[in-house]
Design a protein around this ligand. Sequence first.
Ligand SMILES: NC(=O)c1ccc[n+]([C@@H]2O[C@H](COP(=O)([O-])OP(=O)(O)OC[C@H]3O[C@@H](n4cnc5c(N)ncnc54)[C@H](OP(=O)(O)O)[C@@H]3O)[C@@H](O)[C@H]2O)c1
Length: 313
Amino acid sequence: MNILLIGGTGLVGSYLLPQLVKEGHEVYALTRGASKIDKIRDIGAHGILGDILEPQAFIGELDEKPDFIILLAMPGITPGKRISKKRKAALKAETIGFFRNSMDLAIQFNAPIILPSGTSYQTEHGETADETWPIRRAGLTQVGSETDEMVNRAVSTGKPKIIQLIYGRIYGNGGLFRSQYEMLKKNRYKIIGKGENYIPVIHARDAANAIIKSIEKKPFGEKFIIADDAPVKLRDFTNYMADLMDSKRPGSIPGTIVKMALGKDIYEVISMNCMVSNKKAKSILGWHPEYPSYLTGLEHTIKEMGENQPYFM
Ligand SMILES: NC(=O)c1ccc[n+]([C@@H]2O[C@H](COP(=O)([O-])OP(=O)(O)OC[C@H]3O[C@@H](n4cnc5c(N)ncnc54)[C@H](OP(=O)(O)O)[C@@H]3O)[C@@H](O)[C@H]2O)c1
């Protein structure tokens, strides 16, 4: 199949791209970085230099019509930096642009599209959210509120055909997780509040495998929560990571200080308590995580991160 991959050089993309090539697909990976084109070619895919916010500038470089489009692009967020109102508005506009332009390409080429989202569900007292729960757009996740409407419209009209993957926090060698790793190594990482909130997590390889399964099964109009089997508290995940790195376990900062220093938007996202079920992805996609628990997944990841820099820098 011809696949247009938007965001193939990021955390999930760097696990997905070689896997798609291995599966025999002809992959066109979009990047804004000229230095990444050769690396993409070395994997066996076609690198396309361009920006999804300006699709007409790169569209001519697709030798053939894509049969599937995958959106994995994410606006740049610097960890530890305050998100001002102006920055939040810019992130929202960028996110809308990513979705609108990718979905327009899917309509233009009559190709289905896989779209990402996050497990933004607020659960309490041992509740477990599934795909029937409404997404809670709080804090920084509000940047995606209009894309929810775009996705809902596409589901009801079938234009374009979509599959939505709702990811827990993704860990692996790259992206924002690499920044967290570097901060922990320098003892500059802090847990916000008590860290008693549950967070859904997933290894980037398993996040990528859910895309491979979605291409195989084609359950158009459906959404799937992609998180592992082991709910974990933010503090336990972070302390375990620090132990594996032989780093000092991080201290915590009270939520009130974080709200003042970094803004309420970041606080709302980091402190959300969320437990989810991955049953639907297992039964319909036939997806089963290679790392069902962060215990083995993180052990493998920290070793990998100590040995190698991310492939796309
Ligand atoms: N990471 C998480 O914990 C998490 C959780 C839930 C959902 N998600 C979603 O899952 C997807 C994958 O996340 P990730 O962590 O792999 O992202 P990531 O590591 O931050 O990668 C971002 C990717 O976006 C590309 N990109 C950014 N702006 C672009 C633009 N204007 N035009 C074209 N490409 C652009 C980058 O490519 P170049 O720099 O090479 O151009 C890079 O490949 C994202 O959509 C994200 O929102 C992630």
